[in-house]
Design a binder for this molecule. Structure first.
Ligand SMILES: *Cc1c(COP(=O)(O)O)cnc(C)c1O
Length: 360
């Protein structure tokens, strides 16, 4: 398989050596050992600390989409009202997931390059009276970071559960689960945590646990078994011991670096990126600089350029950036500067190469 020295795809991100080393440890034939439950609890506690919640953090074996599906299926049933806030591909995707589960979905849509307007959402919420409101913190395909707290306050006002996809923002920028009234917070391991795509992490509030118990959904992706299971040393399936150990290590590293420093590192790389792009005459997709996410920058493909050709020129020089998909395919490309890739030197090298290609 071809590898690239300058990898800046917005997930899965490059996995640092010390994390890869955790995967080489042989845990023997251990399954439901006390040591594992201790490790699970410690990893969950670190995640609660990072995400600022006194609720629970459930760690499931599977990729980030498992968090999105499992959390939704664990609370909704056919006919439940879902107010889906969308200004991008993931927001629309969540609305579609809810429709597929037979929910009555009202989608409040905003332009992809803007951020959601809380007043519009509030009006809809007051008339529609949803059971749950869904939102996306960072719309990875378009590089927009949405303010979540104002939507959380609306959910609180109308008594709805609040479901937030922070897969590509958490651990790279501040996420305050309790302060933002998030009942179900969704995270995957392959973004700012810089792990392989092995784990789905879901924060669960007390209110969400009540809804989960009332729904009593059973399935491979169900959250309910995780309420008391780890405490009773019972799991619904064999867990990924290596991944949980790697998560503990990654979370511990973030806390040792200091969350403020971690967030500043991301913010600095974003600002550096925006400045250099501007100097090259390139346009960032987000309507305003402050909408642009500290974890990923989406750039408009210049009028006279073709992304496929630009992409192969970059790859020939060892740089791999992200394209985009859906309605954004070919229109923009993305620089993923989250986790291990929130590194000014690395991003600088990629931008040097991009500049060189554009000058030719
Ligand atoms: C990455 C990501 C997910 C998980 O989806 P995959 O594309 O399967 O990795 C979910 N939500 C958002 C916003 C993401 O960026």
């Amino acid at each position: 398989m071809k590898t690239y020295p300058i990898g800046l795809v917005p997930g899965p991100v490059s996995v640092p050596k010390d994390i890869r080393e955790v995967y080489t440890v042989d845990f023997g034939s251990a399954d439901l050992e006390d040591d594992f439950f201790e490790l699970y609890r410690k990893a969950a506690d670190l995640m609660k600390n990072i995400l600022s919640t006194k609720g629970d953090a459930v760690i499931m074996s599977g990729e980030g989409m498992l968090a999105l599906w499992g959390a939704l299926k664990s609370v909704v049933s056919p006919g439940k009202r879902v107010l889906a806030v969308s200004n991008g591909i993931f927001g629309e995707g969540i609305a579609q997931m809810a429709r597929s589960l037979g929910c009555e979905v009202r989608e409040v849509s905003f332009d992809y390059d803007s951020i959601p307007d809380p007043e519009v959402i509030r009006k809809e919420a007051l008339t529609f009276r949803p059971f749950i409101i869904t939102a996306v913190h960072c719309e990875t395909p378009s590089g927009v970071l949405n303010p979540v707290k104002p939507i959380g306050e609306i959910a609180e006002e109308v008594g709805a559960l609040f479901y937030v996809d922070f897969v590509s923002s958490a651990c790279g920028t501040e996420v305050l689960v309790d302060d933002w009234h998030i009942d179900l917070g969704l995270l995957g391991s392959q973004k700012a945590l810089s792990l392989p795509p092995d784990l789905a992490i879901v924060t669960v509030s007390e209110k969400a646990w009540d809804a989960i118990a009332a729904r009593n959904y059973e399935g491979y992706d169900a959250l309910l078994p995780w309420r008391d299971g780890p405490g009773k040393k019972e799991l619904p399936y064999t867990h990924n011991w290596h991944a949980v150990a790697a998560l503990f290590k990654a979370a511990d590293k973030l806390l040792r670096e200091g969350l403020e420093n971690v967030y500043k590192r991301h913010e600095d790389v974003k600002n550096y990126c925006l400045k250099r792009l501007k100097n090259m005459g390139l346009k960032v997709f987000a309507g305003e600089e402050r909408y642009s996410s500290p974890t990923v920058t989406a750039v408009c493909v210049p009028e006279n350029r073709n992304w496929e050709i630009l992409n192969s020129s970059l790859r020939e020089r060892g740089v791999v950036l992200g394209g985009s998909y859906g309605p954004l395919k070919g229109r923009l490309f993305r620089i993923g500067h989250m986790g291990s890739q929130a590194d000014k030197e690395l991003v600088g090298k990629a931008l040097d190469v991009l500049q060189e290609i554009l000058n030719n």
